[in-house]
Design a protein around this ligand. Structure first.
Ligand SMILES: Cc1cc2nc3c(=O)[nH]c(=O)nc-3n(C[C@H](O)[C@H](O)[C@H](O)COP(=O)(O)OP(=O)(O)OC[C@H]3O[C@@H](n4cnc5c(N)ncnc54)[C@H](O)[C@@H]3O)c2cc1C
Length: 665
């Protein structure tokens, strides 16, 4: 066995070599490549294993250990995903609260592809993905749609596209109206540090000289989640922002302030001529690696707390209840190793609360498996009914998206990140080196580098003379968008499936931010290892088709407006691409949308807050005691943007409320 000192020395040597590579430009590519590969291998070999528990007997008792004994915790958090890691970290700040976090997957810190911004698509259909499919979508070509969901600490924050934009202020005002609880309004939930700082509380924004128009005072500075700009800028993304502005979409220096989200971002060429940037903010650190809620909130220091235990590779199979008083009270959970479907089960007791944070897909599943759900459905699966909760699994809403693909002129897309010949392999190695040594280059990109948010009734984009039929306004307010176009550095058939080796294309994701179609989630069986049945009912309403068609028209215009005209190969007739879309009627485009619509990965709502919802505005499961849900499933409505920020802020808010309630210090 090699001594760890030896590793340390090798690292020192590599660092010296790396420093030299930085100054001596003629260092041979072969040596540098070797250094990079060796660094990666050694980092993996010597990565400190965090203090995660897989010997479950250390925190719980076997269910069949004859007795009624349990290991006791104040709080058991089920699901160490985006919200779960925040809760575990914040609650265990109080040394008097004993916290157990149980996660079905392992640490994302061991998964190299999770850390690299451009590599998130490589995690799709991998062992760290639940690999879900929807039911056939009746209004979308009757196709099953693939839904990636991460089985990792940090959950989907360890696998997502890292876009740090949180939705429009009026989205949260709408939550406050639905719940009748002003604490969810933008001013109270998200605003400036001096007020109620749940969004600003988690942020650590370091001002970036490339983006002088971002006001750091409007962003959080001391939170655990680093946000900032990727070091790479693809010229097409810069051109996209300029073209959007030329079309009349106003420039916005920062999508995440009280001023709202409408506009296009981030480009300083027109405003500050010295700097040319075209990027959105992401969850990224100074080393160009992903910031997940695991990396930010479950640091070694946090994991060393004696009052926090984190169990991995363990799937919670049900919540246990005491029903003796008439109101079911959550008493703990049962869980099993992910690979031991028929193996031993363990049981842990929660003296204060069980908090379910398994995400939009698995939180309602766990509630139903535990007897909390629509009675008829539970009885159908022979599950003992603890509480009739008809809305568990209802209100499943997702952002549908259409990827519009164009050939680009200069062979400068990210196609080479999937090397398939000598040329692309050479480029790939070059970029691997740039990333490994300097944190720059295409590998440091999150692929969706710039964006435009706008409304489908914007008269500048859609002149009333040309677009003369009204579409229902589903936005959360007059200043909120219902469409987003995310400009991507490479095109795909769908998700991570490439279009074709020799196609050098880019794509614009046209995202319907405020769908009116609503679906549901049902249990497939009483087996916790079975995936539930997912039906987001994509495109059920005419509204959703109409808005997406308008979005496609806008994207097409951007692609054909200067300076995008210097990037888009307008002559292309490749049948795999969409250059012919201008010749299609609205009805033909609608057929295209039905055929090709996909998720942009933002399902919410299956345990929603609100009068008709599953949880109250304190996230307590109605009709129970000691049981809450905290994750994207509690959103009563979709934010008109990207949900991770709202999930993290929701967990921050709940942690504060719980600590105040049980105040033990
Ligand atoms: C590919 C992709 C790209 C995305 N891109 C963006 C983006 O760029 N920006 C953005 O803001 N949002 C993005 N999102 C959405 C965002 O990441 C999610 O909305 C958010 O992370 C959801 O957080 P959550 O806490 O609700 O659930 P999750 O983060 O999914 O956490 C749920 C956790 O529960 C665990 N779990 C489930 N069942 C059990 C069980 N029975 N026992 C124990 N543990 C269990 C899971 O393993 C998981 O770790 C993206 C999502 C995906 C998948």
């Amino acid at each position: 066995m090699i001594h760890t000192d030896m590793f340390a020395k090798l690292f020192q040597l590599l660092d010296i070599l790396k420093a030299r590579t930085g100054t001596r430009t003629r260092l041979s590519v072969g040596v540098a490549a070797g250094v990079a590969v060796l660094t990666v291998i050694l980092r993996l070999l010597t990565a400190k294993q965090p203090k995660l528990i897989t010997d479950y007997a250390k925190v719980a008792r076997k269910v069949d250990d004859n007795g009624l004994e349990f290991d006791e915790w104040d709080f058991i958090i089920v699901g160490g995903g985006t919200a779960g890691c925040v809760l575990a970290s914040r609650l265990s700040e109080d040394p008097n609260l004993r916290v157990l976090l149980i996660e079905a997957g392992g640490s994302s810190k061991d998964v190299m592809l999770s850390k690299i911004p451009s590599a998130f698509g490589q995690l799709f259909r991998s062992p760290v993905d639940y690999h879900l499919y929807t039911e056939p979508q009746l209004y979308a070509g009757n196709k099953k749609k693939y839904w990636p969901r991460a089985k990792l600490l940090g959950g989907c924050s360890s696998m997502n596209a890292m876009v740090a934009q949180y939705g429009a202020p009026s989205d949260f005002d709408e939550w406050a109206e639905i719940t009748g609880d002003e604490s969810w309004s933008w001013n109270n939930f998200s605003k400036h540090v001096l007020h109620s700082p749940y969004i600003r509380k988690f942020e650590k924004y370091t001002p970036d000289p490339r983006f002088p128009d971002v006001d750091p005072l409007l962003r959080g500075a001391d939170g655990p989640i680093e946000i900032g700009y990727n070091k790479h800028v693809w010229p097409g993304c810069k051109a996209f922002v300029e073209a959007s502005m030329n079309l009349g979409i106003p420039f916005s220096p920062d999508f995440c302030t009280t001023k709202g989200t409408n506009g296009t971002n981030k480009f300083y060429g027109a405003l500050t001529p010295i700097v040319n940037m075209a990027q959105i903010m992401t969850y990224i650190n100074s080393k160009s690696t992903r910031v997940s809620t695991e990396s930010a909130y479950l640091t070694d220091e946090v994991l060393a707390r004696p009052n926090l235990k984190v169990v991995t590779y363990a799937r919670v199979t049900r919540i246990t209840f005491d029903t003796s008083t008439g109101v079911p009270r959550a008493t703990g959970v049962e869980f099993a190793s992910k690979s031991h479907k028929v193996g031993p089960k363990f049981r842990a007791r929660a003296t204060k609360e069980v908090i379910v944070s398994c995400g939009t897909v698995h939180s309602p599943q766990i509630l139903m498996l535990s007897g909390i759900g629509p009675t008829a459905q539970l009885l159908h699966h022979n599950i003992h009914v603890v509480l009739d909760a008809p809305n568990v699994g209802a209100n499943l809403v997702d952002h549908p998206a259409f990827n519009l693909r164009f050939n680009q002129k200069f062979g400068m897309s990210f196609n080479h990140l999937r090397p398939h010949n000598l040329r692309t392999t050479r480029l790939f190695i070059r970029d691997l080196l740039r990333y490994q040594l300097f944190g720059t280059g295409p590998i440091a990109s999150n692929i969706g580098e710039s964006a435009a948010f706008f409304r489908s009734d914007d008269p500048v984009l859609f002149s009333p003379a040309e677009y003369n039929h009204d579409i229902e306004d589903s936005s959360s307010g007059p200043d909120a968008p219902d469409l987003e176009i995310l400009m991507c550095t490479a095109a795909a058939h769908s998700h991570n499936i490439p279009l074709g080796r020799d196609i050098d294309a880019y794509q614009m994701f046209v995202i319907l931010l405020r769908p009116t179609s609503k679906g549901s989630l049902l249990l497939k069986s009483s087996d916790p290892w079975d995936h539930p049945l997912l039906d987001p009912s994509y495109l059920e309403t005419k509204h959703d088709i109409d808005v997406l068609v308008r979005g496609i028209r806008a994207a097409f215009k951007i692609a054909h407006t200067a300076p995008m005209t210097s990037i888009t190969d307008v002559q292309s007739t490749d049948p795999l691409l969409d250059h012919h879309f201008s010749r299609l009627s609205d009805a033909e485009l609608a057929d295209m949308v039905r055929d090709r619509v996909e998720t942009v990965y933002h399902p919410i709502g299956t345990c929603s807050m609100g009068p008709d919802g599953v949880v109250d505005s304190d996230l307590r499961v109605k009709g129970t005691q000691g049981l809450r849900v905290c994750d994207a499933s509690v959103f009563p409505k979709l934010v008109s943007g990207h949900p991770t920020g709202a999930v993290i802020a929701t967990a921050e808010k709940l942690a504060d409320a719980i600590k105040a309630h049980y105040c033990t210090k």
